[in-house]
Design a protein around this ligand. Structure first.
Ligand SMILES: C[S@@+](CC[C@H](N)C(=O)[O-])C[C@H]1O[C@@H](n2cnc3c(N)ncnc32)[C@H](O)[C@@H]1O
Length: 211
């Protein structure tokens, strides 16, 4: 939460919320401490996808498949997602959830460290959703930009890191991540091929358009 609690509650009580398997996964994530996108971020992703209409999507950080299922649910007929997850255990759970959601034909899980996997991917994407280890975002950016089509969109979650990215003084235990995210946002905002907006919903989301 990076704004006032009452505003977050109001937004969450007002936006359309998930039903079915996604609601079930929200419950599972809460009970098992799995970090997944927040409801307002899910709605934002859905709206952007409906406007942007990507066909090929790359997700970095699958967890239990919640965001991949959310994205696949609003992709058009030809839409396909590659999603990268370092934890084999989580990838197995995600695979099961994706199968139950009837979206196996739309979502391809790649198990491995994104730092290695992205280098080996020889594909192009219309949209990339970055939602893995925050400290790694700057290292993953060049590979993401290599694969993102011109006219494509890079969406990055958790970039405000509970507001700590915006603070000058940060406790030692959070300093590395907060500095890495500052570096990442600076690169996104100053890159000649990108136009980036920073949105303070959820834990902070950036949207970058590749010219
Ligand atoms: C915030 S969770 C992803 C949540 C998911 N996108 C959702 O909203 O349903 C981050 C995930 O990234 C994975 N992860 C962390 N570092 C990674 C890496 N280097 N390569 C691939 N996955 C990684 C974690 O295991 C974790 O499952």
């Amino acid at each position: 939460m990076i704004r006032h609690e009452y505003i977050d509650q109001y937004i969450r009580n007002t936006i359309k919320r998930e039903t079915g398997i996604l609601k079930e996964l929200e419950q599972y994530a809460m009970e098992h401490g799995v970090p997944i996108i927040q409801p307002e971020v899910a709605r934002m992703l859905s709206v952007i996808i409906r406007i942007h209409k990507p066909e090929k999507v790359l997700e970095v950080g699958t967890a239990i498949g919640y965001s991949a299922i959310t994205i696949a649910g609003v992709l058009g007929e030809k839409g396909l997602i590659d999603t990268v997850e370092i934890s084999e255990e989580k990838a197995i759970l995600a695979n099961d959830n994706i199968y139950r959601a009837g979206l196996k034909h739309r979502i391809n899980i790649i198990v491995g460290d994104a730092a290695d996997v992205l280098k080996c991917l020889d594909k192009n994407y219309d949209m990339i959703f970055m939602d893995a280890a925050k400290g790694q975002y700057p290292d993953l950016l060049p590979e993401c930009l290599r694969m993102l089509n011109s006219g494509g969109v890079l969406i990055s979650d958790n970039i405000l890191f509970k507001g700590l990215t915006a603070k000058e003084q940060v406790k030692r235990k959070n300093r590395t991540i907060s500095n890495r995210l500052k570096q990442y946002l600076s690169e996104l905002c100053n890159h000649p091929d990108l136009e980036t907006s920073i949105i303070p919903i959820g834990d902070g989301v950036s949207i970058s358009y590749k010219k």
